[in-house]
Design a protein around this ligand. Structure first.
Ligand SMILES: Cc1cc2nc3c(=O)[nH]c(=O)nc-3n(C[C@H](O)[C@H](O)[C@H](O)COP(=O)(O)OP(=O)(O)OC[C@H]3O[C@@H](n4cnc5c(N)ncnc54)[C@H](O)[C@@H]3O)c2cc1C
Length: 446
C-alpha cells in the first residue's frame, strides 16, 4: 500500500529507521503531533529484515563508548539532548570492550515500543512515494530509500542522487565454534569480550590465497563500485597488498594467545551479536563474495571449520544527497524551508551520526511547527562539526563522513596528542551546555 501525503498534517516523518525514530521522539518532546511513515513490513529494502523500527542492518556496534573519542563524544551530546536512540542503546547493551554494542533485536524492540507508547506519534506502515514541499516533512528514508521516493527527492533537488556500496559482515552461532582453537580477550587486556581466532603465518598465507581467488558477486553494468573507506569489503582491502589485513581488521596487536604465550601472526575477532552470547559477527569481514565462496573461505579461519553461518555477507546500495548548497545548517532545504532531511541521506555515515541528524532535523521541524526559531549546535560540538561537514564542504569534494576530530575547529594553542580527545570533549560539552540552556529556554515558550 502506498501513500501520498495530503492534506498536510502537523509533521510527517518518512522512514522509521535510526534517524526517523529519533526525529519523531524529539518532535513529541516539543508536543508536536507526528505521522511517522514506515514502509516495512509491506516492503523491505534489500538489507532490512525486521518489521521493527530502528533496525541495525549490519554491525551491532555503535562504536567507541569513550567520550574522549569523536563518536563517544557525539553519543554523550545526544544523551544530553534526551536521545531515544541512546536510551535504547544503554538499555540493551552487550559486552564489547570499549565499544557500545547492543542486542539488535532488543534495541529495535525498545525503540518501537517507545514510539508506540507515545500518544503524539501515529505510526503508519505505508510507503511514501511523493513529496509535497509545502508540507512540514522530515525525509529520513535512509541510504536504501525506496525508488519512487528517491526519484521524488531527485526531482525536487534537481541534482542526481549519488550511489556507492556497503557490505554486510557474516554472523555465526557460538556453539558451532571450535573453542579449543579460539581464545577470549579484548585488546590490551581490557577484558574478555571478543573471541579471537589466531592464525600462524602459514594459515594466513593459505587464507589470503583463498580469499584472493574466491568468486565475487558480479556488479551489474551500471553499478560503479564506490566503497566507503570505513566499511571496505574484506577482499577489496586484501587486494591492496598481502599484509593489508594484518594491519587492518586482522591485526594481532594487543592480543596474546594463552596457548603459546605469544602474539599470533594474524587474528580474526568475533564480537557478540546478542546478550546471550549465542551469536557472533566476524569483525570487519563485510564482503561481496558469493555465499558459497564465503562459507568455503571463512571456514579456513581456525575455530570456524564447522561454523554455522546465520547470516552471510552481502553488498548493498547506499544513497545520499550532495547536501552542501542544498541544506541549511538547520537541515531544511534552502529552496523548501518546510522540507527537512535526516539520517544517512544527508551525507553523514554511521548509525550514531544518522540518528544525530534525525535528532536535529526532528527538533527543528518541531520548532518550525511551534513557530520557534530554528537552532543549530555550536561548531565545536560533535553535532555542530557534522552539520558543518554536510553544509560547508566544497560540493565537488563531498563524501559521506563518520564523525572525527578532523571535522572540529582546531584547539587553541599546542595540545599534546594524548590530551587532545579530552580537550575536544571538554570544549564541546561546555559549549553544548550553554547552547542547550538557550534551546530549552525558547522551547519552553509553548
Ligand atoms: C548495507 C548497509 C550496512 C551498513 N552498516 C553499517 C554499520 O555496520 N555501522 C554503521 O554505523 N553504519 C552502517 N551503515 C550506514 C548507516 O549507519 C545505516 O544505514 C543507518 O541505518 C542509517 O540510518 P537512517 O535512519 O538514515 O536509515 P535507515 O536506518 O535505513 O532507516 C530508513 C527507514 O526508512 C524506510 N523507508 C525507506 N523508504 C521509504 C519510503 N519511501 N516510505 C516509507 N519508509 C521508507 C526503511 O524501511 C527504513 O526503515 C550501513 C548502511 C548500509 C546500507
Amino acid at each position: 500500500m502506498t501513500a501520498e501525503i495530503l492534506p498536510c498534517p502537523d509533521l510527517t516523518i518518512i522512514g522509521g529507521g535510526l534517524a526517523g525514530v529519533e526525529a519523531a521522539w524529539q518532535a513529541a518532546r516539543l508536543r508536536v503531533p507526528v505521522r511517522l511513515y514506515e514502509m516495512k513490513p509491506g516492503k523491505f529494502s534489500p538489507a532490512h529484515r525486521s518489521p521493527l523500527l530502528g533496525e541495525l542492518v549490519c554491525s551491532n556496534s555503535l562504536r567507541s563508548a569513550d567520550v574522549e573519542s569523536a563518536v563517544g563524544l557525539l553519543k554523550e551530546e545526544m544523551r544530553r539532548l534526551d536521545s531515544l536512540v541512546m536510551r535504547a542503546a544503554e538499555a540493551t547493551r552487550v559486552p564489547a570492550g570499549k565499544a557500545l554494542a547492543v542486542d539488535r533485536e532488543a534495541f529495535a524492540a525498545y525503540l518501537t515500543r517507545a514510539l508506540e507508547a507515545e500518544t503524539l506519534v501515529a505510526i503508519i506502515r505505508e510507503e511514501v512515494t511523493a513529496l509535497d514541499p509545502e508540507c512540514l516533512t522530515v525525509v529520513a528514508a535512509g541510504p536504501l530509500v525506496s525508488d519512487p521516493l528517491a526519484r521524488a527527492l531527485a526531482a525536487l533537488t534537481g541534482q542526481e542522487q549519488l550511489h556507492f556500496y556497503d557490505a554486510l559482515a557474516p554472523i555465526v552461532t557460538a556453539d558451532s565454534l571450535d573453542m579449543s582453537k579460539i581464545f577470549r580477550a579484548s585488546r590490551w587486556g581490557a577484558g574478555e569480550d571478543y573471541l579471537n581466532c589466531p592464525m600462524t603465518e602459514e594459515e594466513y598465507a593459505a587464507f589470503y590465497q583463498a580469499l584472493m581467488t574466491a568468486e565475487q558477486v558480479p556488479l551489474r553494468d551500471f553499478e560503479e563500485p564506490r566503497y566507503f573507506e570505513g566499511c571496505l569489503p574484506i577482499e577489496v582491502m586484501a587486494a591492496r597488498g598481502y599484509l593489508t589485513l594484518v594491519y587492518g581488521p586482522m591485526k594481532p596487536v594487543g592480543l596474546v594467545d594463552p596457548r603459546t604465550g605469544r602474539q599470533p601472526f594474524a587474528v580474526v575477532q568475533l564480537r557478540p551479536e546478542n546478550r546471550e552470547g549465542t551469536l557472533y559477527n566476524l569483525v570487519g569481514f563485510q564482503t561481496k563474495l558469493t555465499y558459497r565462496a564465503q562459507e568455503r573461505v571463512f571456514r579456513l579461519i581456525p575455530g570456524l571449520e564447522h561454523a554455522e553461518f546465520v547470516r552471510l555477507g552481502a553488498i548493498h546500495r547506499n544513497t545520499f544527497l550532495r547536501s552542501p548548497g542544498l541544506l541549511s545548517e538547520y537541515l531544511n532545504f534552502f529552496r523548501f524551508p518546510r522540507l527537512f532531511l535526516a539520517g544517512q541521506l544527508t551525507g553523514v555515515e554511521g548509525y550514531v551520526e544518522s540518528a544525530a541528524m534525525g535528532l536535529l532535523a526532528g527538533l527543528n521541524a518541531a520548532r518550525l511547527a511551534r513557530g520557534l526559531p530554528l537552532v543549530t549546535p555550536p561548531r565545536v560540538t560533535a553535532l555542530g562539526a557534522l552539520i558543518s561537514h554536510i553544509t560547508n564542504t566544497a560540493s565537488r569534494d563531498f563524501q559521506p563522513m563518520n564523525v572525527n576530530f578532523g571535522l572540529f575547529p582546531p584547539l587553541p594553542g599546542r595540545v599534546p596528542k594524548r590530551e587532545r580527545g579530552r580537550a575536544y570533549a571538554a570544549r564541546a560539552l561546555a559549549a553544548l551546555e550553554r547552547w542547550r540552556q538557550e534551546v530549552s529556554v525558547s522551547s519552553t515558550q509553548r
